[in-house]
Design a protein around this ligand. Structure first.
Ligand code: TYC
Length: 124
């Protein structure tokens, strides 16, 4: 095999690997009766980088519906965010719960699969 051919084979393998998307995970926000609304909004702003308006909207959605999707991330990102919320909630003595689950069906991810919660107002 010439050097030129070897180069072609390597290029094809690299392109195939680059096309593989990592498994994605949904991060879910759960309602409870004790965590102050303001604390939830601050967590959504600082850990998940949502705007104040979006954070308030999602907090109210979860308050009224029990659970909502904050976002969809690769496992290591989702795991880190869940751990950050757990640490902040524990420190503040609130029972706020955020969990992750495999995003098995991307078409369930809300309008257009944009990673936002399936609540009102998630369409731009
Ligand atoms: N239900 C809480 C209250 O009335 C507010 C709240 C909203 C808590 C969303 C958690 O994920 C949550 N203080």
């Amino acid at each position: 095999m010439s050097q030129e051919d070897q180069g072609k084979v390597v290029t094809r393998v690299e392109r195939k690997a680059a096309l593989k998307t990592p498994p994605m995970y949904r991060v879910l926000l759960h309602n409870d009766d004790f965590t102050p609304r303001e604390f939830v909004v601050l967590i959504l702003q600082h850990v998940f980088h949502l705007s104040e308006a979006r954070s308030t909207e999602l907090m109210l959605y979860v308050h009224n519906n029990g659970v909502g999707v904050i976002g969809i991330y690769p496992f290591s990102v989702a795991e880190t965010k869940v751990a950050e919320v757990a640490a902040a909630s524990e420190k503040a003595n609130f029972p706020l719960l955020v969990t992750l689950e495999p995003d098995s069906d991307p078409s369930d991810a809300g309008e257009g699969g944009d990673g936002d919660f399936d609540g009102p107002g998630s369409t731009p």
